[in-house]
Write a new protein. Structure first.
Length: 321
């Protein structure tokens, strides 16, 4: 968790979760351990604890979302926070209001946490300048999606009991994926061996150096012996003029099918952050098959986001439920 030195209206230093880059292994482990407690809360008959009573969380989504938005809302509600959801499309930003004015307006309502998804890389960092709330990055452009990487790590740890030493293949549109970046930072910090694979046009050359991963322009060598295969959707909404194979050709060359999965370790986990394009980056039989933990990722998302909200709002003052 990134700790800002800026004071809040309650006189305490504000903490944010803006990215995975720069987090220590101990920070990551702490969130994952806390998430185990909150995971149990979500499986009880009464899925609610009073821990964040009196706290306000504003979810500001300027890009579409199913999983992240719903799970942040559920996470806040299961902790008894007051949760307000804000959609860019139906807000006054559609009348020309700037992000800065929008944030200052939300800040005037005294939230404790602002969760933001935005198409501009760095938008959450900008938001910290205009609010006294803690800020959580729910995905910014092609930069980072920290809670996705945390829930992915939680899911891997749940099944493999460890992260260190695992071989993780991240395959697909690497260039435009904030999920790939956050996962590379997290998994390498935790001692996993990460490889990335995709078409050359979706695989920036300098990535291997900056992220400390091995890159391939075919997915087969990345999948060989892999403990985890993490498939990514092509981010058509972020691709400008990059030349791409047709969907059919992409599926033929880069889609995860039974033959390709057979190259991986026998107990390889198949992951996908969603949304899935069935039959493109992943065969339906693999997405729904025995190796798939895609819905486990979704369940973990609520627990991880509860842990993050609890850390930002209550760690200093409240006992764990
Ligand atoms: N994984 C993910 O961010 O999904 P959504 O876009 O549905 O939130």
């Amino acid at each position: 968790m990134d700790t800002s030195s800026t004071g809040s209206s309650e006189g305490q230093a504000r903490r944010h979760l803006l990215g995975i880059e720069g987090l220590a292994a101990s920070d990551i482990e702490r969130v994952l351990d806390l998430a185990e407690t909150f995971f149990q809360v979500s499986r009880r008959p009464v899925r609610k604890v009073p821990t964040l009573r009196g706290k306000t969380v504003i979810n500001m989504f300027f890009e579409p979302s199913t999983r992240t938005r719903t799970s942040f809302e559920l996470a806040g509600k299961r902790l008894s926070a007051d949760v307000v959801n804000f959609s860019g499309k139906t807000s006054s930003t559609s009348k020309g209001e700037t992000l800065r004015d929008t944030i200052r307006t939300m800040n005037a309502m005294n939230p404790h946490v602002v969760v933001i998804r935005h198409s501009a890389s760095g938008a959450p960092h900008h938001v910290t300048q205009h609010t006294s709330a803690s800020v959580v990055n729910a995905g910014d452009g092609i930069h980072e999606h920290p809670t996705q990487a945390l829930l992915d790590a939680y899911t891997i740890r749940q099944h493999k009991k460890k992260l260190a030493g695992l071989r993780v293949a991240i395959c697909g549109d690497i260039a435009h994926s904030r999920v790939a970046r956050s996962n590379a930072h997290l998994l390498t910090t935790m001692g996993a061996e990460v490889s990335m694979a995709g078409p050359r046009t979706l695989l920036p050359e300098k990535l291997a150096k900056t992220l400390g991963v091995t890159v391939y322009d075919r997915i087969e060598p990345a999948l060989e012996g892999a403990d985890v295969a993490m498939m990514l959707r092509i981010q058509h909404e972020r691709i400008g003029s990059a030349s791409l194979p047709s969907t059919r050709e992409y599926a033929r060359q880069y889609g995860l099918n039974a033959a390709r999965l057979a190259l991986a370790a026998p107990d390889c986990l198949v992951m996908h952050p969603g949304p899935i394009n069935r039959g493109v980056e992943i065969d339906p039989e693999i997405a729904d098959g025995a190796a798939s933990v895609i819905l486990d990722q979704v369940e973990a998302g609520v627990a991880v986001r509860m842990a993050v909200l609890w850390q930002l709002c209550a760690e200093a003052t409240e006992p764990l439920p």
